[in-house]
Design a protein around this ligand. Structure first.
Ligand code: SF4
Length: 452
């Protein structure tokens, strides 16, 4: 069956119940001109009709895109660390008549023509999550927090995923590491958390928890709520931004999340949803409705954006995103300076650009709705406030951070994209000897000395 083809007709009262705008997808994607709102806003239809191959895209947008686009995409996919997967909803947010600069396309669909060589210090797991894993899929970096990677799949795959080493299907460039089968691994994870009384904060991520069934969400939530020392549980999901229909049309799933949040409140434990919007155009009538339903059920929602060149690196855009999220009661919590991820150098900004953007955004709205700009530092130092570097040499594009809780003696880094550096500095980066000399000179300036 072709992507976009209607496979079933869900309850036609759904359209009435959610009260949504009609039809932008019908105009944007002619192949969906007969897909009505009840169908389009059914999460199961969205998942069944996802696009995961270039050949799925051809019947949907092949007549709209510029000449050469499909070849560019196919070539991009051959070298990308992430496969593609788009929900029809995300697909309908892209202007396919001009996909080159489109900020939604840039996040999810790779084009060979825009790919830049990786930074010389780039690696597949630059944040060293695997090194800090106490079990497969259980990262323990901060004393009171663990990151539980419950699954390895998502409804939509982001080109820039920092977990490209494990998330999604294998690509021509990356063979994904397997975290192992679900049930036993989960059981070992729960036991580890139960045996470590210092762990108060559990992030349940992946992959995307939107794809966990209501029974799975219940199992994880109830097991963690039964662990007395766990005080905060966060379900991490990009779903509200890429498949908000889940909230509108999967009442059992929403009920389970609301039940866990309510149970948590009674026990003094916060159960929150952490989501991932990157551009104001991702806030639609559907997300507004879904966010309102979460708000009415008392579920705290926070947002973590990834700063991306050509997507949200302009002050007006980031301000609209922050204000738009605040308006739907999603707290803009973090903006991550883009990590070093293979194949997406074209999306990275320099730290200086991130700092300028932060200055422009701060003050645009209430402080509690102003995101903290953070660097998830290379080498596993964890998230550091982007302003908190020990030393930043803008000419060489090297920032050095300390992370006293992780390791007070070890330096952790951010490296700016090569494109932002002078030609002579770019040349120095390409030579191992001069690369080391540059890093050591910045370490000296940062007070770390040559031993590193
Ligand atoms: S939704 Fe999250 S885990 Fe999934 S591909 Fe995007 S960034 Fe990675």
């Amino acid at each position: 069956m072709e992507a976009g083809q209607i496979q079933s007709q869900p309850d036609t009262t759904a359209r009435h119940r959610v009260g949504l705008e009609e039809g932008w997808w019908q105009e944007r994607v002619p192949a969906w001109s007969r897909v009505d709102a009840a169908t389009f806003h059914d999460h199961a239809w969205q998942l069944r009709n996802g696009v995961s191959r270039p050949s799925d895209l051809v019947p949907l947008v092949g007549d709209l895109v510029p000449d050469g686009f499909m070849d560019d995409l196919a070539a991009g996919l051959r070298i990308a660390p992430m496969c593609i997967r788009l929900t029809p909803y995300v697909l309908s947010l892209v202007d396919w008549t001009d996909p080159g600069p489109d900020p939604i396309r840039r996040q999810f669909v790779p084009l060979a023509s825009e790919i830049e060589p990786d930074h010389p210090r780039c690696s597949l797991d630059a944040l060293e999550e695997q090194r800090d894993s106490v079990l497969p899929g259980l990262v323990h970096r901060y004393p009171d927090k663990v990151l539980f990677l419950a699954l390895q799949v998502c409804p939509v795959y982001c080109r820039f995923c920092t977990r490209s080493y494990a998330v999604g299907k294998d690509t021509g460039a990356v063979e994904k590491c397997s975290l192992g089968a679900g049930r036993d691994r989960w059981e070992r994870t729960f036991e580890w958390i139960e045996n470590h009384r210092g762990v108060e904060d559990v992030v349940v991520s992946g992959g995307d928890t939107w794809l966990l069934s209501s029974a799975m969400i219940r199992r994880i939530g109830e097991r963690l709520l039964a662990t007395a020392h766990v005080r905060r549980i966060r379900f991490a999901s990009k779903g509200l931004a890429v498949l908000p229909q889940k909230i509108l049309s999967d009442p059992e799933w929403l009920d389970v999340l609301a039940h866990l949040a309510s149970e948590g409140r009674q026990r003094g434990v916060q159960v929150a949803l952490h989501t991932h919007f990157n551009h104001p155009r991702e806030i639609t009538s559907v997300t507004r409705r879904a966010a309102q339903m979460l708000f009415e059920r008392g579920i705290v929602v926070r947002n973590q954006s990834v700063l991306q060149r050509g997507v949200n690196d302009e002050p007006g855009c980031m301000t609209r995103l922050v204000r738009g999220l605040s308006r739907i009661q999603v707290q803009p919590y973090y903006v991550y300076v883009h990590d070093l991820v293979p194949g997406v150098e074209c999306l990275r900004t320099s730290l200086a650009e991130a700092l300028d953007l932060e200055r422009a955004v701060r003050g645009q709205t209430a402080g509690f709705n102003t995101p903290t700009f953070v660097c998830d530092t290379i080498g596993g130092g964890g998230k550091r406030d982007a302003h908190s570097f020990e030393h930043y040499d803008r000419r060489l594009g090297i920032a050095v951070f300390r992370s006293p809780v992780v390791d007070p003696e070890r330096p952790f880094f951010h490296f700016d994209p090569m494109r932002t550096l002078d030609r002579s500095v770019q040349a120095a980066w390409r030579c191992d000897r001069t690369q080391q000399e540059m890093i050591h000179s910045v370490l000296d300036q940062a007070g770390f000395g040559w031993s590193h």
